[in-house]
Design a protein around this ligand. Sequence first.
Ligand code: ADP
Length: 349
Amino acid sequence: MILECSGDAILSIDSDRRILSFNSAAEELTGWHRNEAIGRQCFEVLALQDDQGSSLCQIGCPMLQEIVGTYDMSGFTNTKDGRRVDVSARYSLPQPNGEAPAPVVMSLRESGRLARADSLQSTLSAVVSHELQTPISIIKAYANTLARPDVSWDEATIKDKLGAIEEESDRLSDMVGRLLYTSRMDGEPMPLNRLAIDLPKEVSRAAGRLAGLSARHEIEIDFPPRFPPVYADPEKLEDVLANLLENAIKFSPEGGAIRIKGEASGDEVVVTVSDDGIGISPRDQELVFERFYRADNTLTKTTPGIGLGLHICKLTVEALGGRMWVASSPEHGSEFAFTLPVAREASLG
Ligand code: ADP
């Protein structure tokens, strides 16, 4: 009963390495039903491997090495339906006592999930302690300064400090919004309000709104004439465009052109946003869409952000029926691209 309730997968195995018992957590982890697993050899069901693809059941099994006591091993197993699961396994190997040997007990747990949860937790703490604290401290400092009873500020200074307070409050509110959004959206379908959208017009509007952010950048828009309407949620699309444009500005400190280009191709359109900035290394290109991921470079360290923007952009584009990717050559700029479906009579109902 206790073994049945355990969150860890628990198996008992005889000296011929045949499975004698298999709890529910083991069924869940491996995808094997206990009726099929019991009686089979454990290496057939688990087939533990290391990252180089070597069979740990053949080369590392403690039962083949007459080890006694506890023995830990980590690797991965493929579930019955073919999913890879990283696991850590602990064997309890009894002392031989001359009589019928006692079974070996093996407990297994998914290691990737624990590591991911840990790193998410620590990233979240780092984000909350550093990134959210910064605007709060700035707001407090400006408010304190303005409230000093011994100084009377001229109008221009008051306006300037109030402007900074407003800007930092917006930044704070944006970050809190993204944090709440990702925690709420974990696995939930995204609510959408889709309609036919004139994309070049939407892009000009987004570019106009962000043009004021930087005097060093020029936003160029390039759409062919008679561009087909796309089927998307205008608010969500605006968020995606704003995010990509803000990043393009943030990560090209020398300034330069930011190009937004549209191409129609069959049932979809492809939009690219490119810049002449610091670019993204090949390794980081695979990771920038991950939740909280920020590339490890000097500019990222000194630029505010929490690594949620691209994650949310990708989720949004996918919810709208498109795909999103990045191409970049480090130090020469980045190009973020996404697709959206063309609005057809049928999609508009
Ligand atoms: P944030 O901007 O808050 O850090 P994002 O999810 O928007 O989060 O971006 C994740 C990371 O991807 C950034 O921290 C940065 O390292 C990298 N990145 C995003 N856009 C660009 C870009 N246009 N050029 C270079 N690096 C970029």
